[in-house]
Design a protein around this ligand. Structure first.
Ligand SMILES: Cc1ncc(COP(=O)(O)O)c(C=O)c1O
Length: 421
């Protein structure tokens, strides 16, 4: 595709701009509203060290912990300020013909294009299964996600291996694989000269603001990527977070969380399908790809009800009818599905069986929740409704007791977040 037809603004679009603080957030795939307390304590314990430059011993400790977690050597680990930094480093590999698989996270394509690397898009049609033969033979760099954002498709490791060729580097973005029980199909443990695997701490650990990730690969490849980086590329708190989350107890905690996500996802698929939306399955990630003829107006309607879902037409290969939603717990999903039903009822001027037309729109879904199920999502919606009823702008709504402020998207917090690893 000629360069001038590429919409860089679309490639740069991410769900975070769709989730205004205070909204019920299905747009951003971060799990929970804050890192678990034990991790915050670990980070807080290092605040007193911030006068010093990050220590080489901390850097080594973090690499060693990651290496042990994946069965690699510390020399095969490059620590990053988020997986996004890994994409920004890829042009250093000197590719002359890169291929990016789509629909997928758009940062790799953007980083390569902005560095002047020739990029070809390989757009997989539904059901978005990986077809290694669709990738041009002469591609010397191939980038794809597993599981893939936004389709939630997990490609088999065998299909990934089929992409390997002499003279080609394969980059697998496994930013969401720690949210899949057992981390199936992972290439993280594969010591090979031509495979790079990216990991992120952002999603599972609710650490988007700290910027932590890492690359796993052959030392020669990592040295090329690291060349020219500034001294001390990661801070002490980032190094501490990477060490802490790679420890066996933390990995076991993430595994339990992944199982919870899987159960929530299955329930969410049924609930969403019952509203008439098409849900792409099989789905493996902590998010779902939806399709409906009126995706854009539905998304706008939900936004007016304080519910953020992610537009998906900025992913190459998808349309305005596609939307992406993060997997959330039942009460938040009930709020979403009731709002969808109301939209359909209004749009098609027909009542729906599963709602009370007299109920206030903003509190919908929460009203049917049992006391035990009634989560922060419902409290947030109720607080917003109270604020709206009193004429106060949403951001002025009084915080609930124990909630620091309205900018904390508490509705993302799953039960059990406070468990120690
Ligand atoms: C598939 C995928 N990979 C990588 C990233 C970037 O992760 P990080 O926050 O670690 O930079 C994202 C962020 O949304 C993503 O969706």
């Amino acid at each position: 595709m000629p360069e001038d037809t590429i919409d860089h603004a679309a490639l740069r679009h991410h769900g975070d701009v769709e989730a205004v603080p205070g909204m019920l957030d299905f747009a951003v795939n971060v799990r929970g509203s804050a890192p678990p307390p034990w991790l915050r304590e670990r980070l807080a314990a290092r605040l007193g060290d911030l006068a010093r430059y990050p220590a080489a011993s901390d850097e080594f400790r973090a690499r060693a912990a990651v290496a042990a977690r994946h069965g690699r050597s510390p020399e095969e680990v490059l620590l990053l300020g988020g997986a996004a930094e890994g994409f920004a480093l890829l042009p250093k590999l000197g590719s002359r013909a890169a291929a990016v698989l789509h629909p997928s996270f758009t940062e790799p394509e953007l980083a390569l294009r902005e560095a002047g690397v020739p990029v070809r898009r390989v757009v997989l049609p539904p059901p978005y299964s990986l077809d290694p033969a669709a990738v041009p033979d002469d591609a010397d760099l191939v980038v794809l996600g597993n599981p893939t954002n936004p389709t939630s498709v997990l490609h088999p490791a065998a299909a990934l291996h089929a992409l390997r060729r002499p003279g080609r580097v394969l980059v697998v973005d496994e930013a969401f694989l720690d949210a899949v029980p057992g981390e199936p199909e992972s290439l993280a443990g594969l010591a090979a000269p031509d495979v790079l695997v990216l990991r992120s701490l952002t999603k599972t650990w609710a650490l988007a603001g700290l910027r932590c990730g890492y690359l796993l690969g052959a030392p020669e490849l990592l040295a090329r990527l690291a060349h020219g980086r500034p001294h001390w590329p990661l801070g002490t708190l980032q190094l501490e977070a990477i060490s802490a989350t790679a420890e066996p107890a933390a990995v076991a905690w993430a595994e339990r969380e992944a199982r919870e996500i899987a159960a929530e996802r299955e329930a969410m698929i049924s609930e969403l399908r019952a509203t008439g939306l098409t849900v792409h399955t099989p789905a493996t990630g902590p998010f779902l790809l939806l399709e409906t003829p009126d995706g854009a107006p539905l998304r706008e309607h939900l936004a007016t009800r304080g519910i953020a879902v992610r537009r998906a037409d900025t992913f190459p290969g998808l349309t305005p009818g596609h939307l992406r939603v993060a997997v959330r717990a039942a009460p938040a999903v009930a709020t979403l599905t009731t709002a969808i039903r109301r939209y359909h009822a209004a749009a098609h001027d027909r009542p729906t069986a599963r709602e009370d037309p007299a109920a206030h729109v903003g509190a919908e879904g929460c009203e049917g929740a049992t006391a035990r199920d009634r989560t922060d999502a419902c409290a947030d919606v109720a607080a917003r409704d109270r604020a709206t009823a009193s004429g106060a702008p949403e951001s002025d709504a009084a915080p609930r007791s124990g909630t620091p402020n309205r900018t904390a998207p508490e509705h993302r917090a799953p039960a059990g977040r406070s468990h120690r690893p």
